[in-house]
Design a protein around this ligand. Structure first.
Ligand code: CP
Ligand code: NVA
Length: 303
């Protein structure tokens, strides 16, 4: 059966552990030897493009980077026909899209793994890299520890919440009203095994004693026109040293990057001793490699 990765909970908790093992293995299996991987980007990218291209290379394959002027999904041809066509030449199709539904439609049409490189809904490869960073920090002893998300409940927040839930962690979302997780997502996190999943509008309370403090941009790609409305709403949600000081003494700070320094996080925190944003960025390569390796092997195991 072809396996896709559109959100972290496309995997079982057991499969996520298998995938994490592949990310940290010193001996990747070159599952893409002499094969192609199509990487479609409808939005800009630094980390995701570079880490995914290099992951394909490390697995022996050939990545092809495609932009909307080359593959105009649902313009020049339908998402389904784009996927069917690319599957003629490639063993994996990965895409960064505005509309998550496009990925769902591609997955329904293609007989090769479809990988979400960020959609409006989710960012699973980022969550896997974040989990690698958290597990490395706490020697994999993560169940029962608390992750506090501060700011906008973004695509990154959702995927991180699901990933941490699958490891038995507790989730706190400190988000302003109107930018908070839907009740269905909190319920899903509990269903996935979270030892807690709650929303509170107070960021300082949310930071209290937490082990992982995380934030993201106040306005995501495609939401730039909302910046003027959003900035005053999110002003109290800036992660600064005072907020970090409320966390556990061994707490770490994460940010998927790119950071808007001085908006959602201060330089002092981003560049400070508790920040793990560079190991987190480095883990994007391990996450992409492990995920692609797991997906190709799982998809071809019963053929
Ligand atoms: N964190 C992340 O996905 O970065 P890019 O947008 O640069 O790929
Ligand atoms: N939430 C951000 C993440 C960027 C990696 C966005 O979608 O722009």
């Amino acid at each position: 059966m072809t396996r896709h990765l559109l959100e972290v909970d496309d995997l079982t908790a057991e499969e996520l552990l298998q995938l994490l093992d592949r990310c940290t293995s010193a001996h990747p299996v070159r599952v893409l030897e002499d094969r192609g991987a199509a990487l479609i980007f409808e939005k800009p990218s630094n980390r995701t493009r570079n880490s995914t291209e290099m992951a394909v290379v490390e697995l022996g394959g050939h990545p092809i980077y495609l932009t909307p002027d080359q593959v105009d999904i649902d313009g020049r041809e339908s998402a389904e026909d784009v996927a069917r066509t690319l599957a003629c030449y490639h063993s994996v199709i990965a895409a960064r899209v505005f509309d998550h539904e496009v990925l769902v439609r591609m997955a329904g049409a293609a007989a090769v793994p479809i990988v979400n490189l960020l959609s409006d809904l989710s960012h699973p490869l980022q969550a896997i890299a974040d989990l690698l960073t958290i597990r490395a920090e706490f020697d994999a002893d993560v169940a029962g520890r608390t992750v506090t998300w501060v700011g906008d409940y973004s695509n990154v927040a959702r995927s991180l919440g699901f990933a941490c839930a699958m490891q038995g962690m507790a989730l706190r979302f400190a988000c302003p009203d109107g930018y908070a997780p839907p009740a269905s997502d909190l319920a899903r996190m509990l269903e996935l095994g979270a030892s807690g999943a709650e929303h509170d509008t107070d960021p300082v309370d949310g930071a209290d004693g937490t082990h992982v403090l995380v934030t993201d941009a106040w306005y995501s790609m495609g939401q730039e026109a909302e910046a003027a409305i959003r900035k005053p709403v999110f002003e109290p949600y800036r992660v600064d040293q005072a907020m970090l000081d409320r966390a556990a003494p061994d707490a770490i700070f994460l940010h998927c990057l790119p950071a808007h320094r001085g908006e959602e996080v201060t330089d002092e925190v981003l560049d400070g001793p508790r920040s793990r944003v560079w190991p987190e960025a480095r883990n994007r390569l391990a996450a992409a490699r492990g995920a692609l390796e797991w997906l190709v092997i799982a998809s071809e195991a019963d053929r």
